[in-house]
Write a protein that binds this ligand. Structure first.
Ligand code: ADP
Ligand code: MG
Length: 608
């Protein structure tokens, strides 16, 4: 027996027990190696006239044997010589594939798809196997060799004679795992089950570009014998058929024009376990130093747990068509946590277990780009498909508002334009920009009212007063609304008709327009004002003056009222210019300062 090179015992133990968190990935690693081996042979055939291969036969097969408790992963790739076995499998952390990539760097593009890199993936087999043997025959050689190890001390390499049933008739490798014995805390039997194996292949290796096949047991009706009588009952028989389990071409690598909307919908529903079609499907292809493809979806409906702590955001991350992470959270900002999709990049730097990424900078760059793409997709939905957008917003709008609140308003430029609010005047959802565009001359702020119920808000005396003044009021019924507005403080409306300083300026502009000049526009920052907070400054000078006089005349009455109500209830009793004479309400309660009456309610009810 040869001992493993390197400080292997410890290293191997570390490998098997601590690098991977999830032992089922051994299959991903072995299938990836098989795919690499086929890639290498394929690449050789491109440059070496003597290496003629039949492309249609290139395949990986996965074969469980319940009686022997073995699982075999076979490929008809490049295989290994005895020396290569020694070098590649006898030395932990030696990657023949990385070497191959370096040697073929000039043939970039083809070689870049090779998955191997660290020279450790193979050993993940020892998470589930008590013994692994590799029977392999290198391309162009008659020799066949077997490498065998228990993954603890060392390994043996022996020649397999041509009359041995294990002898390979063609180039390639059989990796044979003898599964560990079941223990109390762990059973390995599942890795012999057709169902589990299919599931793992589809989960991790669905887009490996060679067929991953399994012999599947099926059942069919026996043919009816010629001489069958009238009382013949059909008989069934089992038969075996080689079936390709993976779908091979990643849908996100196909051109959009080659994929039907139904295919995208099917992919979405089967991958993300949704019953409904997505509301939007869009893709992104980044080139340059960091290349990646992304296929993204906005779900048609919010998952039931979206607003719970259990919800996990994230996109599926693939590297060279192999699944690395099912939910890579770093690819999405929190407020776009509803987005589903796949990101695939051969360029991301993976850590040794290939479970996480090393370079957070790469992730950040991807996240920013994805965020921009989602924003522009939502903007286009908002502008071109308002019905869809309203539905989207009813599902996910709350998260956008939280995004603004949680960023202390930093995100208001990105997200503010995506918000919808109920307009009391229009009786429909409007954006803040639309609100601003509908403002009459002289209106300087966006007015909103917050409470539990739209109808009740519409009946508030202050709301009526503001509406009577000709200003629209946004009726906000979600608990996050006010927090969002407070965090935003103001909103920058674009391209509003220019407000002129005085009549002379206005007349000059009107004249210019009559001579054919374009109407002038300007961007304006509008304060967001709660109708029930403080003074709305709606009153004319005259109204203000009379209110002041009334306050003075009734000073004694007000201080008596304040005393009667008590300091805990009110801090001030005064005459308000906010209530219109037409109003039927003689008085109203209002709050001053940053915390409104509604917010007080939310805050005292505890966290949402
Ligand atoms: P990596 O794939 O990161 O290089 P592995 O530990 O998975 O590392 O594999 C080590 C090396 O063993 C590979 O680089 C490759 O040279 C060789 N190898 C593994 N499996 C096969 C196979 N099925 N056919 C040919 N070579 C293989
Ligand atoms: Mg590998």
């Amino acid at each position: 027996m040869r001992k493993f090179k390197t400080e292997s015992k410890k290293l191997l133990d570390l490998m098997i027990n601590s690098i991977y968190t999830n032992r089922e990935i051994f299959l991903r690693e072995l299938v990836s190696n098989a795919s690499d081996a086929i890639d290498k042979l394929y690449l050789k055939s491109l440059t070496d006239a003597s290496a003629q291969i039949d492309q249609a036969n290139l395949a990986i097969t996965v074969t469980p044997d319940k009686d022997a408790r073995t699982l075999t992963i076979s490929d008809n790739g490049i295989g290994m010589t005895a020396e290569e076995l020694e070098k590649n499998l006898g030395t932990i952390a030696h990657s023949g594939s990385e070497e191959f990539k370096a040697a073929n760097a000039d043939k970039q593009g083809d070689a870049v798809d090779i998955i191997g890199r660290f020279g450790v993936g193979f050993y993940s087999a020892f998470m589930v196997a008590k013994e692994v043997s590799v029977v392999t025959r290198a391309f162009g050689s008659e020799e066949c060799n077997r490498w065998t190890s228990d993954g603890i001390e060392g390994y043996t390499i022996e020649a397999v004679p041509a009359d041995d049933p294990a002898y390979r008739q063609t180039a390639g490798s059989d990796v044979i795992l003898t599964l560990k014995d079941n223990a109390d805390e762990a059973s390995y039997d599942e890795y012999l089950e057709e169902y589990t194996l299919k599931d793992l292949i589809r989960r991790y290796s669905n887009y490996v570009r060679y067929p991953v096949q399994m012999m599947i047991t099926k059942s069919r009706q026996k043919e009816k014998p010629e001489d069958a009588g009238d009382d013949y009952k059909p008989e069934w028989e089992d038969y075996q058929e080689l079936e390709t389990i993976n779908s091979m071409t990643p849908i996100w690598k196909k051109r959009g024009s080659d994929v039907t909307p139904e295919e995208y919908n099917e992919f979405y529903k089967s991958t993300f376990h949704d019953w409904e079609d997505p509301a939007r499907t869009f893709s992104l292809h980044a080139e340059g130093t960091l290349e990646y493809d992304a296929l993204l979806f906005i779900p048609g409906k919010a998952p039931f747990d979206l607003y719970s702590r259990d919800y996990e955001k994230g996109l599926e991350l693939y590297s060279s068509n192999v699944l690395i992470m099912e939910k890579c959270a770093d690819l999405l900002p929190d407020y776009y946590n509803f987005v589903r999709g796949v990101v695939d990049s051969a360029d991301v730097t993976l850590n040794i277990s290939r479970e996480t990424l090393q370079q957070t900078r790469q992730l950040q760059a991807m996240e920013r780009r994805i965020e921009k793409k989602v924003t522009s997709e939502l903007e286009s939905m908002r502008d071109n498909d308002r019905d869809d957008y309203v539905k989207f917003f009813e599902n996910f709008g709350r998260g956008l508002k939280y995004g603004i609140y949680q960023s202390y308003g930093m995100k208001k430029d990105e997200l503010g334009g995506l918000l919808l609010f109920w307009s009391a005047r229009e009786q429909k959802y409007v954006t803040l920009q639309e609100y601003a565009e509908a403002m009459p001359e002289g209106q300087k702020a966006v007015y909103y009212a917050a409470g539990d119920d739209r109808e009740r808000l519409a009946k508030m005396p202050v709301v009526k007063a503001v509406l009577a003044k000709g200003y629209d009021v946004l009726l906000c019924t979600e608990d996050v609304d006010e927090f969002c507005f407070q965090a935003m403080r103001d909103f920058e409306a674009k391209g509003l008709p220019k407000a002129y300083e005085d009549d002379a300026a206005r007349e000059a502009a009107q004249k210019a327009q009559a001579d054919g000049a374009e109407p002038e526009t300007e961007d304006r920052t509008l304060e967001l004002k709660n109708v029930s907070s403080g003074d709305l400054d709606l009153a004319t000078e005259e109204e203000k003056k009379s209110a002041e006089e009334a306050a003075k005349a009734n000073e004694d009455l007000f201080s008596a009222m304040k005393e009667a109500l008590g300091e805990d209830v009110v801090t001030k009793v005064t005459v308000s210019a906010r209530l219109t004479a037409a109003d039927d309400a003689p008085s109203c309660v209002s709050a001053e300062g940053p915390v409104s009456l509604e917010m007080e309610k939310v805050l005292s009810a505890g966290p949402a």
